[in-house]
Design a protein around this ligand. Structure first.
Ligand code: ATP
Ligand code: MG
Length: 315
């Protein structure tokens, strides 16, 4: 039973680690954050469950960030609904009661963290769009004066706004390698689909950046994943969450500095401060106050963007 397992409960003190067995369902994939399940009666669909696991430097930590999976699911659902009139997506529902053959005793445990979605043939390119220089993009600019295929003006700083939103695709692999546009086109498979994905990603980005700006938040960059269902290009996976995007408080942007983002930066900073961890498993212990502060950041961006918190999630 879901409720009798210690790892199935999620509260402000204990997160959902996932990896549980759901009767009748096959747990067929464990990502860094999500567990994927399928059911023999529904071969064209799958259940995607966002756990509270947290990875940093590609190592999954022992601790969880309680409610993180709910926040990621809630923000994705917010954007999917905002743009549902024109944004094609694979997801069917986030309502546990609407998932066929999901045992009733599991509905409460998984509500808020599950997504029932059509299975897409994944396009193995990460569609990364950047409106500002940051992270690996800034490092590349410093080294080469360019960003992927795009030449840039001299004199840009960390967190400078780019002249336009730029597409900097990477491979969808264990380590995401930067690729050129022709390489992306080849991985996607056709010019026309690549152009369609590019145009759709830009449209989503601009629409979301505008909404975020109205809330005094900058959408600095984001990563989309796309797939194909019955020949149609659709958005899959998470959508403009703090895991897949850099959101910055507008008034905290200081040219030349990396602004504070609404994600796991607090955990990363803590890990960087450790001198005796080599960034390989096993991960070190993360102190409770680091967990609590990180959780607050996720709740903050959720409230700012969507105006509320997921049901059952409280400070
Ligand atoms: N509708 C969909 N059809 C097919 N695959 C999907 C769909 N939605 C999401 N996925 C895939 O499901 C997985 C979700 O798991 P998770 O986000 O934890 O993975 P991850 O740790 O990011 O690892 P990786 O994405 O590299 O496999 C991703 O591999 C994602 O590409
Ligand atoms: Mg992922």
């Amino acid at each position: 039973m879901a409720s009798s397992s210690s790892s199935s409960s999620a509260s402000a003190t204990e997160g959902y680690r996932g990896g549980l067995e759901i009767p009748g369902w096959e747990h067929f994939y464990t990502g860094k954050v999500r567990d994927l399940y399928r059911h023999p009666h529904h071969p064209k669909h799958m259940l995607m469950i966002a756990t509270d696991r947290l990875s940093a430097f590609d190592v999954v930590m022992n601790e969880t960030i309680p409610d993180r999976g709910r926040v990621l699911t809630f923000i994705t659902e917010y954007w999917l609904q905002e743009f549902s009139a024109w944004m094609p997506a694979a997801r069917v529902t986030c309502e546990a009661a609407q998932v066929p053959d999901l045992p009733e005793e599991w509905q409460e445990t998984l509500q808020g963290r599950l997504t029932w979605t059509r299975v897409a043939e994944r396009v193995n390119v990460e569609v990364v769009l950047r409106a500002y220089l940051a992270g690996s993009g800034f490092r590349e600019y410093q080294a080469t004066g360019r960003l992927w295929d795009h030449p840039l003006p001299a004199g840009l700083l960390n967190s400078s706004k780019l002249p336009e939103v730029l597409h900097t695709p990477t491979t969808k692999a264990d380590t995401d390698e930067p690729i050129t546009w022709p390489e992306a086109v080849e991985l996607i498979g056709s010019e026309s689909e690549a152009a369609q994905i590019h145009a759709l990603a830009l449209r989503i980005f601009h629409a979301a950046a505008q909404r975020a700006a109205a809330k005094n938040v900058v959408l600095a960059d984001t990563k989309f994943e796309f797939g194909r269902i019955d020949g149609q290009i659709v958005l899959i996976d998470e959508v403009m969450t703090p895991d897949s995007s850099r959101y910055w408080p507008m008034d905290a942007i200081v040219a030349g500095q990396e602004p504070p983002s609404f994600d796991k930066e607090i955990v990363r900073a803590y890990l960087r401060s450790l001198t005796d961890w080599n960034r390989q498993a096993p991960p070190p212990h993360i102190p409770a106050e680091v967990i609590a502060k990180t959780r607050d950041r996720y709740l903050d961006i959720c409230e700012i963007l969507t105006g509320s918190l997921p049901q059952g999630v409280a400070r």
